[in-house]
Ligand binder design. Structure first.
Ligand SMILES: [Zn+2]
Length: 314
């Protein structure tokens, strides 16, 4: 049934038609979520017992813990980022599906239209899913690695004059810096939003994430000079590749993000940029997994995470 998705690697795909055949309603989608989280037996998220009553008459919470001291009602949404969400199971799962099948990501406008939910709910939903996509296990990189930085956001001319002058001489005005690494051997990436691109910040990132014995390739920004095991290409002299010395791998992460920025999101606010960056790091690190496998991973990562609407706007 599964088709071969385009691309170098074999990925187990799932067409939209297959999705709706498999999950025709909230009941089937809910059953999938339950199986993902509790493959053996439904487990109380409050006290951890499996002595649970199933199929209670409660409106939204079909489970009740039978443990005397606990006795709480719960649903599969309890203790996940879906907690207290009124959005139905099929819509949640379809949103996971859309994120897994759109390489340039999904805008909240698209979720709003496709799911028939309000724009506000769609925006909140998108950020919760996006946060769960960040598959960056904070592990060390053994190299060889490419390290590079890039800038996102704000145009100088759209900025109040006062702010503009404050930022003078601190890199591209009003933009936010992101530094990233790609491990060539493991083909994994990581990236994070940083305050600035000074030597201290960039070398701090390298020291935190990269083994001291790893070969490091960068461009010729002076911030990287003096790193150990380090070689650079002279972008300032239009040299982009010299043998194995280049940063093309990590730059392709930037171009994915920038294509999504212009093609899908149209704007990225600085305060949410880290979540978009995390999503694209996850997209790279999960790219060989099939559609359903990616959806399960996101469902796993929904557990224990909350991202309330107030947290996003305050
Ligand atoms: Zn309990």
């Amino acid at each position: 049934m599964a088709y071969k998705a385009p691309g170098k690697h074999f990925r187990e795909g799932l067409s939209t038609r297959q999705f709706f055949q498999r999950f025709p309603d909230d009941k089937t989608a809910e059953a999938w979520f339950i199986k993902q989280r509790w493959p053996e037996a439904v487990c109380c998220p409050y006290c951890g017992v499996t002595n649970v009553q199933i199929g209670c008459k409660h409106k939204t919470m079909p489970f009740r813990c039978r443990e005397k001291e606990c006795g709480k009602h719960f649903s599969i949404k309890t203790g996940t980022f879906m907690q207290s969400s009124k959005i139905g199971y099929q819509n949640w799962l379809y949103a996971f599906y859309l994120f897994a099948t759109n390489l340039k990501s999904v805008s909240s406008m698209k979720l709003h239209r496709e799911l028939g939910i309000t724009q506000k709910s769609a925006w909140h939903m998108a950020h919760r899913i996006r946060q769960a996509w960040n598959l960056d296990p904070e592990q060390r990189f053994w190299g060889p690695v490419e390290v590079d930085e890039t800038w996102f956001g704000g145009k100088r001319k759209n900025m109040p004059k006062k702010k503009r002058s404050q930022l003078e001489g601190h890199g591209p005005v009003g933009k936010t810096a992101v530094v990233g690494v790609k491990d060539r051997k493991a083909n994994r990436v990581s990236a994070q939003v940083v305050e600035d691109t000074t030597k201290e910040t960039l070398q701090g990132f390298v020291q935190d994430r990269i083994d001291p014995d790893a070969a490091v390739y960068t461009d010729d920004s002076s911030s990287y000079a003096s790193l150990d095991n380090h070689e650079s290409v002279r972008h300032s002299q239009l040299e982009y590749v010299r043998g194995s010395v280049h940063t093309n791998g990590v730059e392709s992460l930037w171009s994915m993000l920038k294509r999504a920025y212009t093609g899908t999101f149209h704007q990225l606010s600085e305060r949410h940029l880290h979540r978009y960056v995390g999503e694209f790091v996850g997209r790279h690190n999960m790219r060989e997994l099939g559609t359903l496998a990616q959806m399960s991973l996101v469902a796993d990562r929904a557990i224990g995470q909350r991202l309330r609407y107030q947290d996003l706007v305050s």
